[in-house]
Ligand binder design. Structure first.
Ligand code: GLC
Length: 528
């Protein structure tokens, strides 16, 4: 017998899996959704029948209400895309714009044959990736012809680390790098690590940075819930170097890049029709390759106008501050999340799309229905009423629930929030999760469409390397995104094809380190 009357005994058996995966990222392994243990958390159905529950018609009315709020028509998408194109161009003209379009000092596409220096043959690279959820250290061997090998370790970041003094955060990064080197390359007590001399380290720092060279990066502002003091406005590359010295890590950092830039280069290294890279994960952003002559704000560097440079758009900031480009579709839930975040009025587009926020949008919708007296009548809802308790991964689990009764969904509400649900409520939750995810995917298409329009890629079509937990794990996200591109561009939209990107923060960072070494050895723009 799978069900237990209280749900407690059954709840215990599967919880470890779900807790650990759900806190690991916004998207636990979806395969766990089909495991029977999760279904075993369901409680007895006759108990549901006794409590006053929302009626089907009432919930159908709510579905209609939310559909009105979250549906984006093709016309609306086209309108947002048009505004987006203007904003992207503005960002290239002058510094300090809302969407800052940050030059990344990565010059042109990789050849696919990057292997590192010829003299001496330095074939491997280290990469450190400070993302939104984890810190990752990688050792990458580039093998040329688009091939590579990678060894990596992930360290989970705590909430405290996201708010501690900036220098301490970089000290932690240096410590993790030290641990990785010792674990993988000897260097125990009193021993020197066995690594190539002068091995290059690429630092993937996935926050907006203003750069004037590949190895400097002034943090414009923290995003994704980070708020470490004494960091904004400072050169994070210099801060990290200071930590490497104080932690006695004998490694030279040669480049600091954004995850989207790394993804652009890594994806193009293996698939040369890739012209744009996007991250749809804890945050959302894109990078592409621009002609230097179209970046007036760096005109004073006198770089050759017909060379190309990667641009980290930081377009998660679209519609920030004045909120005038998406005013018609901004809901009270988006407004609430924005105003209650550590960075009100910033990253407005990202807050409607990214993994850090979708679960919270879903939760706020439920809280509204609790307040209206529609959901969970007679039950204690305090657990669900806490900010950010509903991970976006839960929405994925609800959407992939393989059972007609939506038993995974039932188990999830019971186990995490102590709430019993009826079949009608669970059907409603599934529809709501789908609508919120659909809006995110369709809005995501506008940023891509704006870049395609700006660069004139529509006629020929192009590949878009995409990465991040939302893209790879949220059900139907890529399909919905493609459908929205067709809504925007018609048939031709079919030529804009996203694909799972290569690992930008690891492999991309290593390729960029190799490209930079080569460029400097050739004496090209050595000051950048
Ligand atoms: C946020 C960051 C950006 C990053 C994106 C994806 O938008 O500001 O730098 O690329 O998240 O990680």
């Amino acid at each position: 017998m799978l069900a237990s009357a209280s749900g407690q005994e059954a709840g215990g058996c599967g919880s470890k899996d779900l807790v650990s995966t759900a806190t690991d990222s916004h998207f636990p392994s979806l395969s766990s959704a089909s495991q029977p243990q999760i279904a075993s958390w369901h409680t007895s159905s006759h108990k549901h029948e006794r409590r006053p529950a929302a009626q089907e018609e009432q919930l159908n009315e709510e579905v209609k209400r939310f559909e009105e709020l979250f549906t984006l028509t093709p016309e609306r998408l086209k309108h947002i895309t048009d505004r987006f194109v203007t904003v992207l161009k503005d960002g290239l003209d002058a510094p300090g714009k809302t969407v800052p379009m940050l030059p990344a000092y990565v010059f042109g596409w990789p050849t696919g044959n990057e292997e590192g220096r010829v003299q001496p043959p330095a074939l491997s690279y280290l990469a450190l990736d400070l993302g939104g959820t984890n810190l990752r250290v990688c050792h990458v061997v580039l093998k040329g012809k688009g091939k590579f090998e990678i060894t990596q370790t992930k360290f989970r970041l705590t909430d405290e680390q996201k708010q501690m003094d900036g220098q301490k955060l970089f000290d932690f990064c240096a410590e993790c790098l030290h641990t990785f080197i010792n674990d993988h390359f000897g260097g125990g007590e009193g021993e020197e690590p066995i690594l190539e001399e002068d091995i290059a380290l690429g630092f993937t720092f996935s926050y907006p940075m203003e750069q004037d060279a590949i190895d400097h990066g002034k943090l414009v502002r923290w995003t994704k819930g980070f708020g470490n003091p004494n960091t904004e406005g400072k050169d994070c590359a210099a801060m990290f170097r200071k930590s490497l010295e104080s932690q006695k890590v004998p490694i030279k950092m040669t480049s600091i890049i954004n995850d989207t830039t790394g993804t652009l280069i890594a994806s193009n290294y293996v698939k040369q029709d890739t012209k744009i890279a996007c991250i749809f994960g804890t945050g959302c952003n894109a990078a592409y390759m621009e002609h230097i002559k179209n970046i007036p704000k760096i005109g004073h560097y006198n770089l050759p106008g017909d060379e190309d440079m990667a641009i980290n758009c930081e377009y998660g900031a679209f519609d920030s501050f004045e909120h005038k480009h998406m005013a018609e579709i901004r809901t009270k839930y988006d407004e609430h999340i924005d105003l209650h975040s550590n960075k009100p009025h910033e990253q407005s587009y990202e807050k409607m799309i990214a993994g850090l926020y979708l679960g919270e949008i879903f939760r706020l919708c439920l809280c509204d229905l609790i307040d209206e007296g529609t959901l969970f009548l007679g039950q204690n809802t305090y657990k669900l009423e806490k900010t950010n308790v509903f991970d976006t991964a839960f929405m994925s689990l609800i959407l992939v629930d393989p059972t007609d009764e939506l038993l995974t969904c039932a188990g999830l509400f019971l186990h995490f929030f102590g709430l019993e649900t009826t079949q009608e409520e669970r059907n409603f939750f599934k529809k709501l999760a789908y609508m919120i995810g659909l809006r995110a995917a369709r809005l995501s298409a506008c940023g891509i469409a704006a870049l395609v329009t700006k660069m004139g890629y529509l006629e020929e079509g192009c590949g878009v390397g995409a990465d991040g937990s939302l893209y790879s794990k949220f059900p139907k996200f890529p399909e919905n995104l493609h459908k929205a591109l067709e809504d925007i561009f018609g048939e031709k939209g079919k030529g804009i094809v996203t694909h799972q990107a290569e690992d930008g923060s690891g492999v991309g960072s290593a390729i960029i380190a190799a490209m930079t070494l080569k460029r400097k050895e050739e004496g090209k723009y050595t000051h950048c």
